[in-house]
Every structure is written in C-alpha cells, then in structure tokens.
Ligand binder design. Sequence first.
Ligand code: FES
Ligand code: FE2
Length: 452
Amino acid sequence: MTATSDPAAGIAPTGRSTGRATGRPGARPAAPDDLRPLVAGLVGELAASAGPVETAITPPPACYTSPLFFEAERDAVFGRSWLYLCHVSELPAAGDHLAVTVAGEPLVVTRGEDDAIRVLSALCRHRSYPLVVEDGNSRQLRCPYHYWAYGLDGCLVAAPTMEPGHPLAELRRTANLPSFPVEIFHGFVFTHLGGLGSPDGPGSPGSEPPPLAPTLAALDAELAGYRTEDLVVGHRLTLPDLPWNWKNMLENALEAYHTSFLHAGYHDAAPARLVRFLGFDPATDGAILRHAGLVRPDGGFLTDDGTAAFPILPYLRDEQRGRILYTAVPPLMFASLKPDSAMIMRILPDAVDRMTLTVTWLFPPATVAAPTFAAAMARQLAFFDIVNGQDMAANERMYRGLRARGAVRGPYSPQEATLPQFNAWLLRQMTSWLADGQQNPADGHQGMDGAA
Ligand code: FES
Ligand SMILES: [Fe+2]
C-alpha cells in the first residue's frame, strides 16, 4: 500500500500529445491471425449479451475463462483502446515515473525535465529486460541487467562495453525506447498501444489512433463541476494477484443490482432504487455512465453514518451534490465521483484469471493539506475495507462458478443495465478486430504480445 499526498506541483499541461517514435520496436512474431478463427464463434455468441437489458443474457463463461479469448483480447481490446494509466498528480515532479504493466506489456509513465508526460515501452532495447518495476524519481531509467540507461524521453544515454562493434552514437539512432501516444482528459492520463502493430512502431504515420476526447463527450459534460484536473492524490492502494478475470471486476463496479444484497446495510446511503442509467452507443461512446442518487444531499458514501468524510467539492452543480457519478472508460478505468471526492479504479489484466487493482482517491489540495485529513481518510478506509472485501470475495466466488462445467448464461435485472452496455463495447472491439483480419489477413499486423 502506498500513500501520496503531494499537492499538485507541476501539473501537466492538458490536451493531447502524439507520441513520437524514438525507436523501432523491432521485428515481432506474426499477428494472432491464427487466433481469429478460434475465437470467432465465441464472439458470435457474445452478440446475445449486447442487446437491450430486457432481452440480453450474460456472456458465454468462456469469455472470462478461455486463455485463447484472453490472447485475442490482448490485441483486440488492450492493443486497440485508449488505456487509463494514472492521474497527473501522481507525477508531480520532473523525474517522477510510474511502472504499469498492461496485459503483459511493461510501460513506464514519466514526467520529463520539460514537464511533459510521456508513456514509454519499459522493455530494454538490449534484451527486453523490464526496465522499471517500481514507481520512483530519477533522471534516468537504468536497466538493472547491463546498465544501459535511458533519459525520461526514452533516448538511450549509456550502453557500457558495447564498443567497438556498437558505438553509442550508432545505438542512439536505433535503440531508444518507443513512446506511445498520450492523451490527458480532465487530468487522467491515457495511452494507446496500437502502434505496436505498426511496421514502424508507435507514433509512426498510420499508427496514430483516433483521438479519445470525442468519444468522451458525455463524460466531459458530466465531469464539469468535479474539476478532476485540479485534484490531487490523497491515498492509493494496490491489490495484486486477484484471482479473477478483469471483466468481472469492471462488471462488479458497474452494476447496481448487488448493492442491495451483497452490501445489505452498507450501501444505504446510495440505494439501488435511486440509480439512473444513461444511454450508451458503442459506435460513438467511450464511457459508460450511471448516476446513484444519495439519500442525503452532500452526503457521504462508504462512511459509517452516511455523512461526508471530507469537505464538499467546491464547484459542484446542485444535482451533483445529491448523487454519485459512476463511470467506466473501458477497458482499464472505473471512477466514482462523489460530492466530497473521486475514487478511481485502475483494472490491470495480468492473465485470463489474474488481475491487479489500484484504487486512487483524489481530493482538492486543501482537503489533503488539512490537519483532519488523516483521520477522515482512516474513517473512509475502514468502511471501504468492509465493502470492498465483500466485492473481492464475491468476484473470487463468481469466477469459480464461471469455471464450472455447469456455468450458465442468465438474464439481467434492470438494475444491471450497464452490463449489456459494456458487453456491446466489448463486442464492437472484438468484431472490428475480426473484420480487420478478414479484410487483410496477410497485412503483417503484429499483436502487442507478438503471439501467433
Ligand atoms: S537487457 Fe538491459 S542492459 Fe542488457
Ligand atoms: Fe460492490
């Protein structure tokens, strides 16, 4: 568990910067074209999960448990979506860097001397050693194996004992860390790994992904008032080695149905009967949204008595003071925006049956600086631990059920309307990936994992 309380020194400029290739990723094994026929049937079955909530049924259990389906997702989902990595306040100072591994792809987010936030491949260009496994601050990223070193912009700065065959000047032209596109949305840092499939690597012409922000227009309007770009980290908690599929985590966070039962007595401040669902079009929307009405305006959530644990955010509209905004920007981000704080979940898939969850609480700098903050955070965490513990146990048991030979596909409650919306998003990712393979099966597309 790590806690950060540094106020927002050196907040990044907002807006989009396109990552510039600083090095070729090099030749990779062929794309998972062989995988497409193996999962096409499963994707076809998923279609029954993506319709109206009244008629949709839950996805085939194999979508959660099949290693082949997960291999397909590594390309179709994690290789073709904007991926949430962190909030800008987690990198307040030049030299700060965060290690993030997405579905087996080691990345590092850096803040450079020029204040720019970059996302780099964290694989050493010598022999693919993962360069950065912990968060920290340094002027260089040095590989622990043979001490090749890179600047925070990914440029190679040292490669000991490689001469005379490989002078540093030559290596500096060919062995820099690839950088990926970065888009910062309301203070949240996203990247896109699509360039890994491009012959010339990330950031090269033709590998540039469509921009994120136009797909988040509905969320953009919802976030006004929370001013998340001005918030700072008050607490961060990482839970590794969680034994279930990443989609189980997102579904548990998205749906309201279970809150009346699994969390009976603990969720009364935001009861399921006050939930309101919003529309979602997978062709144009990158965020799934719902509102959870609070019994008490300006109330708290996940506190022992339903009162807010922290001061109310200062710029909220009246209606925002009476509800929680829940949103997912799949595949990696889930957020709950409350009257007194924001809580962000980053859902990192490690394998078909394994994931890492990071939970980050964001507040105005003055809230974190107040002498009462530590006690208030402890009060929040005590309650969070109970409710989150219920969710974690449920996810683990649910996953055991999905692996059973008798696992079923069932109908949805109206209080689960966000789940067919997520299924529709997943279906669109998978079908467009399948279609690309059919249009150009020999295009040399290379999956992010290089799996054949
Ligand atoms: S693998 Fe990094 S320096 Fe050799
Ligand atoms: Fe829950």
